[in-house]
Write a protein that binds this ligand. Structure first.
Ligand SMILES: Nc1ncnc2c1ncn2[C@@H]1O[C@H](COP(=O)(O)OP(=O)(O)O)[C@@H](O)[C@H]1O
Length: 286
């Protein structure tokens, strides 16, 4: 596979410089428009793209479980799970030059600038490349049409998974989220039992409780308070929902309504992605 981070960094920098220096030329104008007709999803095989690895994107509202399912799929497919939210939080806790600026933006539920996000992502891809990584599952990126257009300029995305869950459950899940400050693992204290209403089906999710060694070390993300979660949901609707349509028009979007917690949803997600026997196929091919 082409050295993605090398491909990414210079191309992004030049594109970004170009869009900064001119307000009249957008990335979409300097790239030929794709065929907007719906294409069938790419078949998932053991060697999906010939010489390169899976390049997938996970979309979905805050709290939907992008991180959980993207990280499980990354382990199954053998590609890195790259969450821009994690990159932002790492930078935030590093007390580097950007950290104060980022803290303010993130804690108000707003989006970080494209420039910062692309810099963090380029650095992450470069570090991965030096360790021999290839392919990726991007989680939380792209979050704006502009990010999606720039991503299309520098590489090909094979599949976009859009996870969906009703809004009252999303809020409960965000408020129940906890992280162990020592091992970094994520848990959820919310016990969800949402009745069917307004056309939404009933949904139950058991809490994901921490083991005894973590339970006294749990912390809550500073942006997981109710007003900030509501703001993030608004920002998602305004700026990120159009990205769903962007990929829908390219015929790359797979929508998945989460039917419940992990035990119920994971096998169904694998089925929806035609990956239910992927492990068996991989070991048979080895
Ligand atoms: N692609 C992105 N573009 C802009 N800001 C981002 C991006 N990814 C993450 N962020 C910032 O990091 C915060 C946390 O991101 P994430 O962990 O993905 O949260 P969420 O639970 O809202 O999906 C976001 O609210 C936003 O401020």
């Amino acid at each position: 596979m082409a050295a993605l981070s090398r491909l990414f960094k210079p191309q992004f920098s030049s594109l970004f410089q170009r869009s900064l220096s001119t307000t009249t030329v957008s990335v979409s104008e300097i790239q030929p428009q794709r065929d907007k007709s719906s294409k069938p999803l790419p078949p998932i095989t053991d060697d999906p793209q010939g010489s390169r690895n899976f390049q997938w994107v996970f979309l979905g509202c805050p709290g939907v479980g992008k991180g959980t399912y993207a990280s499980r799929l990354s382990a199954l497919l053998g590609v890195p799970h790259i969450a821009t939210g994690d990159l932002v939080r790492d930078e935030l806790s590093s007390s580097g030059p950007l950290s104060h600026q980022l803290e303010e933006v993130v804690n108000q539920g707003k989006l970080v600038s494209d420039e910062i996000i692309f810099n963090l992502l380029s650095k992450r891809l470069e570090a991965g490349e030096s360790k021999g990584e290839s392919g990726f599952i991007l989680d939380g990126f792209p979050r704006t049409i502009r990010q999606a257009e720039i991503l299309d300029e520098v590489t090909e995305i094979d599949l976009v998974v859009n996870l969906k869950l009703r809004e009252d459950v999303l809020i409960e899940k965000c408020l129940g989220r906890r992280i162990c400050s020592e091992c970094g693992k994520g848990f959820n204290l919310a016990s969800i039992n949402a009745k069917a209403e307004n056309g939404d089906p009933e949904i139950t999710m058991a809490p994901l409780l921490p083991p005894p060694q973590c339970s006294s070390k749990l912390i809550t993300r500073a942006d997981d308070t109710e007003p900030v979660v509501r703001k993030r949901l608004r920002v998602y609707k305004e700026q990120s929902e159009p990205v769903e349509d962007y990929y829908r028009k390219q015929g790359k979007l797979t929508e998945f309504n989460l039917p419940g917690g992990i035990p119920e949803s994971w096998p169904k997600l694998l089925e929806a992605l035609h990956l239910d026997d992927y492990g068996d196929r991989k070991s048979a091919a080895a």
